[in-house]
Ligand binder design. Structure first.
Ligand code: HEC
Length: 128
């Protein structure tokens, strides 16, 4: 009986681990977003700052926020890649210059995979 109990507990732990490894946590991502706030707003209809407003960015066309002047590198990348998704956002947020060599987003990147997953969940939560 005890053995069965211990086994069930470990299965539950394993499942919750696998779940958290796959889907980011938007609440945790909100804290990570503090690193972006100096340059980005995320409220609907909000203003662009040094960087474009990020409302509803996941699934939206790259470099397409109205009234924002993107770098040439970013516009060229948009022509190749189209929309933001989990994959290209992960590379972008890990090290922006690896995705768009001449971007004007001066940000070293988020080294931790969990930070990137959580912030992508937060970006998704701030969209339609
Ligand atoms: C020092 C200012 C700065 C910081 C900090 C910063 N960014 Fe940016 N971000 C920019 C600029 C500037 C651009 C426009 C890049 C270009 O045109 O080359 C940009 C562009 C972007 C884009 C593309 C938007 C679009 O319309 O296609 C995303 C997504 C993004 N940033 C996310 C983030 C996230 C998430 C963080 C925090 C982890 C962050 N940025 C931190 C300045 C910043």
């Amino acid at each position: 009986m005890l053995k069965f109990f211990i086994k069930s507990i470990s299965v539950i732990f394993l499942l919750s681990y696998v779940h958290s490894a796959q889907a980011g946590d938007a609440a945790a991502g909100k804290k990570v977003f503090n690193k972006c706030k100096a340059c980005h707003g995320i409220d609907e209809g909000g203003k662009n700052k040094l960087g474009p407003n990020l409302w509803n960015i996941v699934g939206s066309p790259i470099a397409a926020k109205e009234g924002y002047k993107y770098s040439k590198g970013m516009v060229a990348y948009a022509g190749e890649a189209g929309n933001w998704n989990d994959e290209n956002l992960d590379i972008w947020l890990k090290k922006p210059k690896d995705l768009v060599r001449k971007t004007k987003m001066i940000f070293p990147g988020l080294k931790k995979e969990a930070d990137r997953e959580n912030i992508i969940a937060y970006l998704k939560a701030n969209g339609q």
